[in-house]
Design a protein around this ligand. Structure first.
Ligand SMILES: *Cc1c(COP(=O)(O)O)cnc(C)c1O
Length: 377
């Protein structure tokens, strides 16, 4: 059997182990230490604006803390993009709050500003103004930042950016994760850089950062004994994981350019295939880190062949691919909550597929991918 080609697998620089060794040498095998401080500073300077960064154990934790810090509590409503990973929406339920899902628009596949406004207006008419908006930079593509911020600001609702997949992406030259009241990043094993599992909360002030660390370390009051007046969490990143993160920051730019090469590889192949389109960003205002390359397959122009037929064909060649996210409003756990929009997200799910996009794919892998694509279409 051929070796498996993954959609996106960890790609290490080799320097990670040096930072881990430092942590061992100095016995900082805990959730404080130099690797954490330096990794947070690396991220802060990379993001480029006056932001504070807190390294956490996942992006899910970061989203949860952002909701807590936006004051979201039991019975509150939070708007969330429907076409996303469930981790964007789960923390709303952790808070006992109610998710309100909004459809995507076709240009970026992210939250539709028109349906967003329709949702806000209708929720206000129903008696509750949403407490926050979770907007996602899906697959590394920036959402329509100007339009979405304009609507959110007009109603005075804070934006929480799920930039889990968008480290390195930007809009009009400003990095994703730095537009909202809070931004969140993921360093899960399949993301553009990894800490083996981890995330970060991007804050607008030192005060927000302090509060996030307080909440992430069991909310201990200032006392010699363990004293607590708020619910706390155990969400900090370990100093070992942060060592991996430091090594990965050194190769982030390289990873982006290698993933862009993968995207160009697919654009080239599929330009000659009828009925398949590779996702492309809208214009030069948008810059994507090209985390995942995605395609839409139109069966009516492909002798009836669907994205599922293609996915199964790839499975047989030991090549991993995955349908685009099944929208949250169609998920058993979320389908009873309000939804605003049409069938954009549902159609993307039906036609879309994520293809192997890793920065560590080889010429041999690309040859296999190319011949598989030619054989199928
Ligand atoms: C990966 C991902 C997450 C979750 O990140 P974790 O670090 O695994 O918690 C959330 N949202 C999106 C859009 C993601 O792609």
């Amino acid at each position: 059997m051929n070796k498996k080609i993954w959609i996106s697998s960890p790609h290490l620089s080799g320097n990670e182990i040096k930072y881990i060794q430092d942590a061992f040498n100095e016995n900082w095998v805990t959730n404080i230490g130099e690797n954490i401080d330096c990794f947070e500073l690396d991220l802060k300077s990379y993001l480029g604006t006056a932001q504070e960064v807190v390294a956490l154990n996942s992006c899910t934790s970061a989203l949860h803390l952002a909701l807590v810090q936006c004051g979201v509590g039991y019975g509150d409503e939070v708007i969330c993009q429907s076409l996303t990973f469930s981790a964007s929406a789960n923390p709303i339920l952790y808070q006992g709050a109610i998710p309100v899902f909004v459809d995507s628009e076709v240009d970026t596949w992210n939250i539709c500003p028109k349906f967003l406004e329709e949702a806000i207006k209708d929720r206000i008419r129903n008696g509750k103004k949403p407490k926050a908006i979770i907007a996602v930079h899906l697959y590394g593509t920036p959402f329509k930042v100007d339009e979405v911020l304009e609507v959110a600001n007009r109603y005075g609702i804070p934006i929480i950016e799920d930039a889990a997949a968008a480290l390195g992406s930007s809009f009009k030259g400003q990095k994703c994760g730095t537009f909202g009241r809070f931004g969140t990043l993921s360093f899960n094993g399949n993301k553009i850089i990894t800490t083996s599992g981890g995330g970060a909360l991007i804050c607008r002030s030192e005060e927000d950062k302090k509060k996030a660390i307080f909440l992430a370390t069991q909310a201990r009051d200032d006392a010699p004994h363990y004293q607590h007046s708020e619910i706390g969490y155990n969400y900090k990143m370990s100093n070992i994981s942060a060592g991996i993160g430091r090594g990965q920051m050194e190769v982030l730019a390289k990873h982006i350019s290698l993933r862009k090469n993968m995207n160009a590889f697919y654009c080239d192949i599929f330009s000659k295939v009828d009925g398949v389109t590779v996702f492309k960003i809208l214009d030069e205002n948008y810059y994507s880190n090209s985390w995942l390359s995605t395609i839409l397959i139109d069966p009516s122009r492909n002798k009836g062949k669907t994205r599922e037929d293609f996915r199964l064909f790839l499975v047989a060649q030991n090549i991993e691919s995955r349908p685009l996210f099944k929208p949250m409003h169609l998920q058993p756990i979320f389908e009873r909550y309000p939804y605003y929009g049409g069938d954009v997200a549902a159609t993307l799910f039906e036609k879309g597929l994520c293809l192997p996009s890793g920065s560590n794919l080889t010429d041999e892998d690309r040859d296999r991918l190319k011949s598989a694509i030619h054989k199928f279409f």
